[in-house]
Structure formats: structure tokens, C-alpha cells
Design a protein. Structure first.
Length: 69
């Protein structure tokens, strides 16, 4: 992420998957300006690479709690 720094606050995934998330995010923010489009791109990429079903929330004023068994 040239010029930007990824800050990961809480995560429950392997290091390589975390790096994929950062890399995919970097591509998405170069490609799209709308948060919904960035989220859709990231979700599709993770669904493709790691199988469905992923959730992606992009924005600055969101709260969420997702628990998957």
C-alpha cells in the first residue's frame, strides 16, 4: 500500500491471509472511490480465493460484530 499504512486491530486469520487482505485492499482503493465498490471487490476476491462466504465492511463510521461457527 504505497503511501498508506494498514493498521490491523483485531484478526482471526493466518498471516498470509492477512497480507492478502491488505494487498487486495490496496488494489481496490486504487481502482474504486466509493466504499461500497471497494467492499464488493474485496468480498468477491476473498470468495474466489478462499471460498464463500466472506463479509467486508468499508467505511469510517461502522460498528459490527460477526460470529461464525
Amino acid at each position: 500500500m504505497t503511501g498508506l499504512k494498514a493498521i490491523i486491530k483485531s484478526v482471526d486469520m493466518p498471516d498470509d491471509m492477512q497480507q492478502d487482505a491488505v494487498d487486495i485492499c490496496a488494489i481496490a482503493i486504487k481502482k474504486y472511490t466509493m466504499e461500497k465498490d471497494i467492499a464488493a471487490f474485496m468480498k468477491k476476491e476473498f470468495d474466489r480465493k478462499y471460498s464463500p462466504s466472506w463479509h467486508c465492511i468499508v467505511g469510517s463510521h461502522f460498528g459490527t460484530s460477526i460470529n461464525v461457527q
